[in-house]
Design a protein around this ligand. Structure first.
Ligand code: PRP
Ligand code: URA
Length: 209
């Protein structure tokens, strides 16, 4: 069974509470989503492998540690996932970036695929899939299936807000994928929006409503 980690860091909790508020405009919303993503990346990368390396400081030779093992890729689910990419790249600047375009059909709530471009060596990388919202789980489950169909084996999913329904779907469809969740909310409403949630993440990031 994969890991499901709900963030307990006070900075993450504080920032999520702040952006939930209706009064927060796009500029601030975007900036704070990026900060939350960076902090979540810190938690989600805690078990990455290190190896011992010899270095020279201005004073002497010594041993330190550097990341070893598989290289990383970040794959945002468009559009809203784009808001998390900068924050992850601030922490892991060498990561490559792929994009998966999905939108939720407003009537069926099923994900509709419109774009997929991944790093050529994606199947050798550890992939962090990012999307601020895990609602029914349809979009994230479909995005992860697209990656698996291309041979990607090591996947972590990072979202800022999740509904229990989405977590259950991910557990059922992708039990091998670790989930890092900023806040676990109460339920979905009749329009499949997360309650209390933060509204439509894409619209709030890009100011489209
Ligand atoms: C939102 C969100 C997720 C999806 C979550 O995207 O960013 O991708 O909905 O819902 P689900 O778990 O029920 O699939 P949306 O479809 O609104 O597209 P957008 O990012 O382009 O606004
Ligand atoms: N997508 C969003 O952006 N917000 C929700 O609450 C659900 C799906």
């Amino acid at each position: 069974m994969s890991k499901i980690q709900v963030m307990d860091h006070p900075l993450i909790r504080h920032k999520i509470t702040y952006i939930r508020q209706e009064k927060v405009g796009s500029k601030e919303f975007r900036e704070i989503v990026s900060e939350i993503a960076a902090l979540m990346c810190y938690e989600a990368s805690r078990d990455l492998k290190l190896e011992k390396v010899k270095i020279r400081t201005p004073i002497c030779e010594t041993y330190g540690e550097e990341l070893s093992g598989k290289k990383l890729a970040v794959v945002p689910i468009l559009r809203a996932g784009l808001g998390m990419v900068d924050g992850i790249l601030k922490m892991i600047p060498a990561a490559k970036v792929g994009h998966i375009g999905l939108y939720r059909d407003p009537e069926t709530y099923e994900p509709v695929e419109y774009y997929c471009k991944l790093p050529a060596d994606c199947n050798e990388r550890e992939v962090f899939v990012v999307d601020p919202m895990l609602a029914t789980g349809g979009s994230s489950a479909a995005a992860i299936q697209m990656l698996k169909d291309k041979g990607v084996k090591y996947i972590r999913f990072l979202c800022i807000i999740a509904a229990p329904e989405g977590v259950e779907r991910m557990k059922a469809e992708h039990p091998d994928v670790d989930l890092y969740i900023g806040a676990l909310d109460d339920h979905l409403n009749e329009h499949k929006y997360i309650v209390p949630g933060l509204g439509d993440a894409g619209d709030r990031i890009f100011g489209t409503k």
